[in-house]
Design a protein around this ligand. Structure first.
Ligand code: PLP
Length: 290
């Protein structure tokens, strides 16, 4: 089926979807984005993603390209036109097309692109065996809390992970603490059974899935701490996890080639994933297929 994208007011065939060469997203990575999973036709954590989009826009003094309610409509229309019931929806907003100049254009006309593609969420083996991560230095800028389209460090990190046969790379600050994955938040479960993930600050992207998982942990009475943890602490953890809109919450069973705990997914991770899916209001898309 031909895919359709939304670009600046028009629904166009995906192959014909373009933005101008002077778009500031292309020239300067002057833009932000969001990724929302569509699970069984439901936009998971949609309010949270739109709230973070609003914050990212605000932090960069970027105007909304349209009213947020209209954006919700466009998101649904793009998913509908692409017949996506399970997939990922991308919203990308840049400061628009303008003659190249570092300074903001006086009267910006932001570019808005919305795309959606079907995906099979989490391969069953990721849940059954877990995934592996490597650790790499965090070479990003100081405003990681903004979901910017400037993703070159993550591109390099993900490539390094792929070349090492790993699923994700955990980025590490100079003090030895893990910040987050290249496209996910990082979690461990200590030997005492405490769930730990880094506190929200400018040093990480405050994942929307992360926030929902913390709320679920709180509701379920699971002890948790929002604090930095070191790579050494992660090596010694009982369980480890990553979370994101595209993975929800999946177990990490190897870090830098070392098994985490007994090397198999643990019960707390499984419990959190189920709680997250219940929160979104859907059955586990992996479990449903098997
Ligand atoms: N951290 C980074 C750097 C990310 O790119 C992402 C998602 O793409 C996340 C964390 C997870 O955020 P969310 O749960 O909102 O998808």
């Amino acid at each position: 089926m031909p895919r359709t994208a939304y670009v600046n007011g028009r629904y166009v065939p995906h192959g014909d979807a373009h933005v101008h060469i002077e778009d500031r997203g292309f020239q300067f990575a002057d833009g932000v984005y969001e990724v929302v999973s569509v699970v069984d036709g439901v936009f998971a954590d949609e309010d949270g993603h739109l709230a973070r989009l609003s914050r990212s826009l605000n932090e960069l003094d970027l105007p909304w390209p349209m009213h947020p309610m209209s954006l919700r409509f466009v998101m649904r229309e793009v998913a509908r036109r692409n017949r996506v019931r399970n997939g990922l929806l991308y919203v990308q907003i840049t400061r628009g097309e303008a003659p190249r100049d570092f300074r903001f254009p006086v009267d910006p006309a932001p570019t808005l692109v919305v795309t959606c593609r079907a995906t099979k969420f989490n391969a069953p083996q990721h849940l059954e065996k877990g995934v592996s991560v490597i650790t790499i230095p965090d070479i990003r800028w100081a405003r990681r809390d903004i979901k910017s389209v400037a993703l070159l460090p993550q591109v390099l990190g993900k490539q390094q992970a792929a070349e090492a046969g790993a699923f994700e790379a955990w980025q590490v600050d100079p003090d030895g603490t893990v910040t987050e994955g290249c496209s996910s938040n990082a979690w461990i479960v200590t030997q005492a059974g405490v769930l730990v993930t880094r506190a929200a600050s400018n040093r990480i992207l405050n994942g929307i899935t992360r926030l929902s998982l913390l709320a679920e942990a709180e509701a379920a009475g699971i002890p948790f701490e929002e604090r930095a943890f070191t790579v050494e602490e992660a090596y010694a953890a009982r369980e480890a996890l990553i979370s994101s809109a595209s993975t929800f919450c999946i177990p990490v069973t190897r870090i830098d080639g070392r098994p985490v705990g007994d090397g198999m997914p643990g019960p707390l991770g499984r419990r959190l994933r189920q709680a997250y899916l219940a929160h979104v209001g859907v059955a586990d898309p992996v479990a449903a297929r098997s």
